[in-house]
Design a protein around this ligand. Sequence first.
Ligand code: G3P
Length: 228
Amino acid sequence: MKVPIILVNFKVYETSYGRRGLEMAKIVEKVALETSTEIIIAVPATMITRVAESVTIPVYAQHVDGVPEGAHTGAVTPELIKDAGAKGSLLNHSERRVRMDEMDDALKRMKKLGLESVICVDRYELVAPMALLKPTAVLVEPPELIGTGVSVSKARPEVITSAVDEIRKVQGVYLIAGAGITSGEDVYVAMKLGSDGVGAASAIMKAKEPQKVLLDFVNGAIRALEER
Ligand code: G3P
């Protein structure tokens, strides 16, 4: 994982799967290559192999189950996503919560397999406790702003600054901010407040011109880094 971190969560929009999902992945790859920036995409489990075989950018799962190999119908395990070509996974997104013990089980196995991990939390108070589990990054997102187009940078900047204070208590874990990130300015502010990057979904997945939006994001991130 490299700073600036830009993580595009495909969720399950109509642009997330099939031919359109593949097109979206290629658009993200194009922007990543043109700007020499790492952009991570978290795709639906059914798309991991197709996407990972078609693009060079890091592909994540959106969720993994901490259950061991064996009789667990419907489970998506760390072994399965790795075999499918994923480089890591989100864990505990507000839209896909997991129990703390399950998260710890999943994380331990992900680490053994060399997979990256992004634990999502819905409040800054959980940033340090989750960072103690040593994921690659913690992503803080106020749930009430997710999908609204009203960014955490503008509406709840104190969540980012408090999360930055929290992540400093633990060494070696990145902090990502998300929810409602819509513009390069939102990315710029999130990073100026001290985050290592952003997580975003709707602004890209629902955009008429996702390439433009993403390019704006990357420019905002680069501007913030230059001013550090
Ligand atoms: O994982 C990122 C996501 O929850 C943010 O969603 O649509 O507010 O960018 P959105």
